[in-house]
Design a protein around this ligand. Structure first.
Ligand code: C2E
Ligand code: CA
Ligand code: CA
Length: 684
């Protein structure tokens, strides 16, 4: 019983009677039995003598054996108990060792964390700094690492870069990724910005149950600066420091992408062309031109809104990307403001110079896919502004787009028609109003488009002029008309005095080989140069007269006649009129149209006729549509005329018939037309 109590005390257990009886009940019975037997033996030996002991010996031996086995069993139980105790002790020891190792590792981590040369921070999932190291605090210009604690990391980022960090954190939270690396700009305490490489990963701190994020923040300012220097060289204009065409293209591309991704983000594009740049460059020299560009670029930059981008695309072409456009008005107001700022005089090379710009505007809402398309349309709008009188802006709209696509198509079709020689010529007879004699024909270009049918020269001539096709077109009409005249003269020698009139455009007049081209046409056809009259509109002539004097003189020497077309619609200086080698004036049909007894137009025609008389020029009226116009012109003494009343433009076959008819009448000697006051007009 005593031994059992010692054991239970040692193992800090409660003493249980039934357990005690279960373990030692048998041994108690054995001891009780032995004592009883010993007492019996003692009494028996006293009564019967020592020999009884012999019979009792085996019983005693059995008893001792039982006790012996019992003790052995008890020892085994104790040994098992001791083993369990030892195992528990070993385990406790190992746990302690493990804890020690952990503490060491934690210490190592913290020392690595604190003394790392790279900025580090443990950040909660909401982005709050739990702990930062010295490198980070000095990177950000904070006094010490502890001041970082509990502040949101995003607080140190530039506003523009914040969303990037937030979206990356979001991805980690959503378990879409486990780490991320980004490059963002941080704000130093001094206010300057620093580029940092940010690497973020999951982190579970030893000993702490809640995982967090570990941020590694590396100063990459030096690398970024080197990059931006390279960038500056590759993507910026060296003169003005503005983004160059390549850079602008990229920016435009990005802007288009984000505008197309988010339907509510619109932006505008302005294309500038300075109306005076060429003049300044040519007359004041290139360095003055450079100075001009720098001044202009500065004015643009100072007057756009903060998010807008000004770029120099080359030469005097500038572009502005008008970001975050709530309404198109914002861009047009900006254009107005820039116009006003640009108009202010600037001092270049000691001279006060003023300038203005033609601005073309287009909007991302037109649904562009490619930056070049957007630039092209802004450019087109700029040309529209330029041709509308410069110093203004024009907006590219659907209308212009539709016009343009059909124009581009028309240009291609016209090119093909010219290459195939499929252009026709119509001939409109010109008569002497007093003698009723046929004087000649005006050659007019005719184009039958494969799908559109007849296209008016009012449409295709401007296209030919803008695309440079006009030179070929003029050559075709010129050569055909001369050949045709030669063939008519050959057929009817009586009509050898017939003349042909061919229209020239401004580009022809500016063409250096004009005289040679005309000479070739005259020579190839074999007509006399005096039979050919070239018509130039008053506007073209007056605009280009200085540069064209040389050509005009050469044509004059060649012996061909020159006429001013649409006379009265332009602004002719009388000084020019008398000095120019011009033979005839063609009164514009708008005046003829308004001719009535006593009307203003009537007086204008009268004045032109008298002017022609004074200057010794033949006066021709065009667009005669009625008998009364014809009679009034005759009364005013206008010498020649053409118009629907007399004859519409005709095909060669119709001209052939007309000529046959005239010759026949002539041969008959009858002058019936003159007596009737009627000319042999032909209606289709
Ligand atoms: P334009 O040189 O003034 O030619 C006369 C135009 O008046 C022609 O129009 C002719 O068909 C039209 N016309 C003739 N009589 C009358 C009339 O009684 N009433 C009215 N309302 N119109 C009349 P078209 O053929 O349509 O030519 C228009 C313009 O296109 C021409 O005006 C000319 O400037 C230009 N053009 C035509 N052919 C050529 C060409 O071969 N070369 C160049 N450079 N221009 C051409
Ligand atoms: Ca004409
Ligand atoms: Ca005309």
């Amino acid at each position: 019983l005593l031994v059992s109590v010692v054991f239970t005390l040692k193992f800090n257990q409660r003493f249980q009677w039934h357990e005690f009886l279960g373990s030692f009940g048998t041994i108690g019975v054995a001891y009780g039995g032995s004592a009883l037997i010993a007492a019996l033996l003692f009494l028996t030996v006293q009564q019967s003598g020592i020999s009884v002991l012999l019979g009792a010996l085996p019983v005693v031996a059995m008893l001792l054996t039982t006790v012996h086995y019992f003790m052995r069993q008890q020892e085994a139980v104790d040994a098992a108990r001791r083993g369990r105790v030892e195992a528990a002790e070993r385990e406790a020891e190992q746990t302690a060792k493990h804890l020690e190792a952990l503490r060491e590792s934690e210490q190592r981590f913290h020392s690595a964390f604190t003394h790392a040369s790279i900025g580090m921070a443990l950040v909660s999932f909401e982005g709050r700094i739990l702990q930062g190291n010295t490198a980070l605090s000095s990177l950000l210009g904070e006094v010490e690492a502890s001041t970082l604690v509990n502040r949101p990391f995003a607080e140190f980022l530039l506003d523009d870069d914040e969303p990037l960090l937030r979206s990356e954190l979001q991805r980690i939270l959503a378990k879409e990724s486990e780490t991320f690396s980004i490059e963002v700009r941080c704000r130093h305490r001094s206010g300057s910005e620093i580029w940092v490489g940010l690497h973020c990963a999951f982190f579970s701190e030893p000993g702490s149950t809640a995982p967090c994020l570990i941020l590694q923040v590396q100063d990459i300012n030096a690398r970024r600066q080197a990059e931006s220097q390279l960038n500056q060289i590759a993507f910026h204009d060296s003169l003005t420091g503005l983004p160059n065409r390549r850079r602008f293209h990229t920016l435009l591309e990005q802007a288009l992408q984000s505008a197309n991704a988010d339907g509510s983000r619109h932006f505008g594009l302005m294309f500038f062309d300075f109306d005076r740049f060429k003049l300044i460059n040519d007359s004041m020299g290139h360095s003055a031109g450079d100075e001009f560009l720098v001044l202009v670029s500065r004015r643009l930059q100072q007057n756009v809104r903060p998010g807008d981008v000004v770029a120099r695309l080359g030469g005097d072409e500038f572009a502005v990307l008008v970001n975050r456009l709530e309404h198109e008005h914002v861009a047009t107001h900006l254009a107005d403001r820039l116009q006003a700022v640009l108009r202010e005089p600037m001092h270049i090379a000691g001279v006060s110079v003023t300038t203005s710009a033609s601005i073309g505007i287009t909007f991302s809402s037109m649904g562009y896919e490619r930056p070049e398309d957007m630039l092209r349309d802004a450019d087109i709008a700029m040309y529209r502004a330029k041709s509308a009188g410069k110093a203004r802006y024009a907006v590219f709209d659907q209308n212009l787009h539709a016009q343009l696509t059909s124009r581009v198509r028309m240009e291609g079709d016209l090119r093909q028609t010219l290459a195939e020689g499929a252009l026709h010529v119509a001939y409109q007879p010109v008569f002497n109003i007093h003698t009723n004699q046929l004087q000649g024909f005006e050659a007019l270009a005719r184009w039958t488009h494969p799908t559109l049918g007849e296209v008016s020269p009012g449409v295709f001539i401007p296209i030919a002029e803008e695309s440079g096709l006009i030179i070929d077109l003029t050559d075709i009409i010129l050569n055909r008309a001369c050949m045709q005249l030669a063939s008519w003269q050959e057929r009817h020698p009586l009509l050898r005095d017939l003349k042909i009139q061919v229209n020239l455009s401004g580009n022809d007049l500016a063409h250096p080989d004009l005289a040679q081209r005309v000479e070739r046409a005259v020579r190839d056809s074999g007509i006399q140069p005096a039979r050919l009259t070239l018509e130039l509109t008053e506007n073209i002539l007056m605009q280009r007269v200085d540069g064209a004097m040389h050509s005009l003189e050469a044509l004059r020497r060649l012996g061909v006649g020159l006429a001013i077309d649409d006379f009265g619609t332009g602004y002719s200086s009388l000084a020019y009129l008398s000095s120019l080698p011009i033979d005839s004036l063609k009164i514009d049909r708008s005046f003829v149209k308004g001719m009535r007894e006593g009307s203003k137009e009537n007086e204008i025609v009268r004045a032109i006729v008298s002017l022609g008389g004074t200057l010794g020029k033949v006066v021709v009226a065009e667009g005669i549509e009625t008998m009364s116009q014809f009679m009034l012109l005759r009364k005013l003494g206008c010498e020649q005329g053409q118009g629907y009343h007399l004859s519409r433009p005709m095909t060669t076959a119709d001209v052939d018939k007309l000529l046959d008819y005239i010759v026949m009448e002539n041969e008959l000697g009858a002058d019936r037309f003159a007596s009737s006051g009627m000319l042999p007009f032909v209606r289709h």
